[in-house]
Structures are given as structure tokens and as C-alpha cells.
Write a protein that binds this ligand. Structure first.
Ligand SMILES: *[C@@H]1O[C@H](CO)[C@@H](O)[C@H](O)[C@H]1NC(C)=O
Ligand SMILES: *[C@@H]1O[C@H](CO)[C@@H](O)[C@H](O)[C@H]1NC(C)=O
Length: 184
């Protein structure tokens, strides 16, 4: 009798352990918040450094679920089409914000085109292409590449939120359900 119960509780413990491991792995899938322009923020770049935002953006590995934060004064952020990006055409943005502190979520793979909506600023280099990787391009060991960017154009902030909440939550619910039904 005693050994029978001992066996059961070992199985239960193992399942509980598995549940915890799976939960932890889920939570390690994280998203990052990038600060555009670092301490300078989203400003007209100096004349000798007009590509500063794209140089910075190309050094980072943006993933779905990551966010970019723009801080600025008397300026704005627009997301536009590729064509409008090239022409600095701000007449019909797909996204617009002028709150001074804009957090934009990169919710799909591929390029995102950002420009300043203030007349003349985009032409002076206040624009940026962010390329978000396809999910299959992601390798855990290379998450977000080579740490800090070389230029002052941007900085990586700390881990801010968890990514893929819905699918992870579902998995965890399933695991918790399995564990509780065995345990109780
Ligand atoms: C741009 O010019 C400033 C002032 O002359 C200088 O300090 C800075 O290093 C230059 N930046 C680049 C990227 O050449
Ligand atoms: C910007 O786009 C609009 C709509 O496509 C067009 O009417 C306008 O001429 C464009 N402006 C410039 C400066 O290209």
C-alpha cells in the first residue's frame, strides 16, 4: 500500500515539475522595447549623420511583438508606405502620433516605414526603416543580436513585457489543468 502511494506521488511530482519547466520556458520568450534615438530621442539628425536612424535600425534584430518608443518635442511619428517614405510624403500616413511619447508595437514581420510628420524633417533624415524578422529567422541564441548598438542613435531597454500572451496562456492553462487533475 505504502509503495503504491509513493509511486503515485512521484508521478505527480514529476508532472508538477514538468509544468513548472514549461511555464518558465514560456515566460522566457520575451519582447523588447527599443528607444529610438537613445537619449536624444526622435529628432532631426545632424547634417553629417543623416542616416543615423537607419544605421541603428539595421544593427538590431527586431522581432514580432517588440516595441519601439519615440520621444520627441514639437514633432510627430508617422508610419507610411514605402513610396511615401522615399518621397517623404506625409499626406496620408497609415499611423500618426504626436503625443511626444509614442510606443509602437511591431506586430508583423517585414518592413515598417517611419517618418517625421513635420515639414522638412523627413528630408533631413528623420526617417527610419525597421525590418522585423520572420518568425523562422529567430534563433534563441542570437536573440536581438550583438547587444548595444554602436552609435548613439538608439539604445535597447530592459525586458519590458511578455510576448505571445494568448498562445502561451493557453498552453499554461492546459498544463495547469493537467497538473491539477492529476494532483487533486
Ligand atoms: C558630426 O559633426 C560633429 C561636430 O562637428 C562631430 O562631433 C561628430 O563626430 C560628427 N559625426 C559624424 C558621424 O561624422
Ligand atoms: C503625396 O501623395 C498624395 C497622394 O498620393 C499626392 O496627391 C501628392 O501629390 C503627394 N505629394 C508629393 C509631394 O509627392
Amino acid at each position: 500500500m505504502a509503495s503504491y502511494y509513493a509511486k503515485i506521488s512521484t508521478t505527480k511530482l514529476m508532472l508538477l515539475f514538468l509544468t513548472i519547466v514549461v511555464s518558465l520556458q514560456s515566460f522566457s520568450v520575451s519582447s523588447f522595447e527599443y528607444h529610438v534615438g537613445g537619449s536624444k530621442g526622435w529628432v532631426v539628425p545632424p547634417a553629417n549623420d543623416t542616416k543615423v536612424y537607419n544605421d541603428w535600425a539595421s544593427e538590431n534584430r527586431f522581432q514580432i511583438g517588440d516595441t519601439v518608443r519615440f520621444r520627441y518635442r514639437k514633432d510627430s511619428v508617422m508610419q507610411v508606405s514605402e513610396e511615401d517614405y522615399k518621397k517623404c510624403n506625409s499626406t496620408h500616413p497609415t499611423y500618426f502620433s504626436n503625443t511626444g511619447n509614442t510606443v509602437y508595437k511591431l506586430d508583423h514581420p517585414g518592413p515598417f516605414y517611419f517618418i517625421s510628420g513635420v515639414s522638412g524633417h523627413c528630408e533631413k533624415g528623420q526617417r527610419m526603416i525597421i525590418k522585423v524578422m520572420e518568425p523562422e529567422d529567430e534563433y534563441p541564441s542570437q536573440h536581438h543580436g550583438d547587444s548595444a548598438p554602436k552609435k548613439s542613435a538608439g539604445s535597447r531597454s530592459a525586458l519590458v513585457s511578455f510576448f505571445g500572451a494568448s498562445s502561451i496562456a493557453l498552453l499554461q492553462l492546459l498544463m495547469l489543468y493537467t497538473a491539477s487533475s492529476v494532483l487533486y
